[in-house]
Design a protein around this ligand. Structure first.
Ligand SMILES: C[S@@+](CC[C@H](N)C(=O)[O-])C[C@H]1O[C@@H](n2cnc3c(N)ncnc32)[C@H](O)[C@@H]1O
Length: 289
């Protein structure tokens, strides 16, 4: 991230979730706060989406659509993991690199505490957007400003009142790829050492070399675009490598899905468009009981 500036990718993923609310069906994930939190009206969002794709060939438009479906699907996947954890007794949710995630502001259960961990610059920007949209911050929600590369989750969450000896669920979407291996490993260990049962949902990017050769140039262009935004991709894992990291950290129950399998599980394969493997992203969840 650029020093002192909020995450630009957080705005991009939030815009995708927002546009998903007004885009043509199928609706994978319903979030009435997704549009207001962006600070952009539904009409402006629709106009931007039309302008952004006006001169694109039809396969690019199909790709934007499946990418948007993935952003919505990974949020649904994470919130399902949270619901499972709550039915197992968890009363603490930690959203790491929360960006403009709105779960905390839709959470109807005052006894379910939500901790949003994010880079201080992104969090300060989010607080302005919440105020601008008149979205109340419930008493169950606590901000924990932390830079993962220079501060530990342990310190940041402890000062936010997070309890280590109670079960918890961690959501880590759109972040792992931007961190170093060391920061990822220490965060995974911290999460796995939480009182059981503990659950985690995350997404990650496999190595470009594992993609089909026809996708290599597009993946290089994506990496270059992110680097130019000041948010370079620093970590890749194959599914086997990620499972090994999760198990080494202490998690014992790993489920892993490609982006296209995840979307298809919600809306069926017919909605995937011509080339969904181009997404080259995966989700995983893990548990320690
Ligand atoms: C792509 S956004 C994802 C936001 C949100 N989870 C979502 O899915 O929309 C990446 C998030 O990671 C956060 N992030 C990136 N590097 C970070 C760091 N070193 N410490 C804390 N947060 C970081 C950014 O502030 C941003 O909120």
């Amino acid at each position: 991230m650029e020093v002192g500036k909020p995450s630009r990718t957080a705005f991009a993923t939030a815009s995708a979730r927002a546009y998903h609310q007004i885009a043509p069906e199928p609706r994978v994930f319903t979030d009435p706060l997704a549009v207001p939190i962006t600070g952009v009206t539904a009409q402006e969002l629709a106009e931007k989406a039309i302008a952004a794709t006006a001169s694109e060939p039809s396969e690019e438009i199909a790709f934007y659509r499946v990418r948007r479906l993935f952003m919505a699907s990974r949020s649904r996947f994470a919130e399902e993991t949270v619901a499972d954890a709550v039915s197992d007794g968890a009363r603490q949710v930690v959203i790491l690199g929360a960006g403009l995630d709105t779960f905390a502001y839709r959470n109807p259960d005052p006894a379910l505490r939500v901790f949003e961990v994010d880079h201080p610059a992104t969090q300060a920007w989010k607080r302005q957007l919440l105020a601008k949209a008149a979205i109340p911050v419930p008493d169950s929600m606590t901000f924990a400003p932390i830079d993962f590369e220079s501060e530990t989750l342990a310190t940041g969450l402890a000062s936010a009142g997070f309890t280590r000896d109670q079960p918890a669920v961690f959501v880590w979407l759109g972040v792992v790829m931007y961190l170093t291996g060391d920061a990822i490993r220490s965060t995974l260990r911290y999460m796995a050492e939480q009182a059981t049962p503990v659950r985690l949902a995350l997404d990650y990017v496999p190595p470009a070399a594992d993609a089909a050769p026809e996708h290599h140039a597009q993946l290089r262009a994506r990496a270059d675009r992110l680097a130019a935004l000041g948010e370079p991709i620093l970590s890749h894992f194959s599914p086997a490598e990620l499972a090994a990291e999760l198990r080494a950290a202490g998690f014992d129950d790993v489920e892993d899905l490609s982006a296209s399998d995840l979307i298809a599980s919600y809306v069926g394969r017919a909605e995937l468009g011509p080339d969904p493997e181009r997404l080259h992203a995966r989700v995983a969840r893990a548990r320690r009981t």
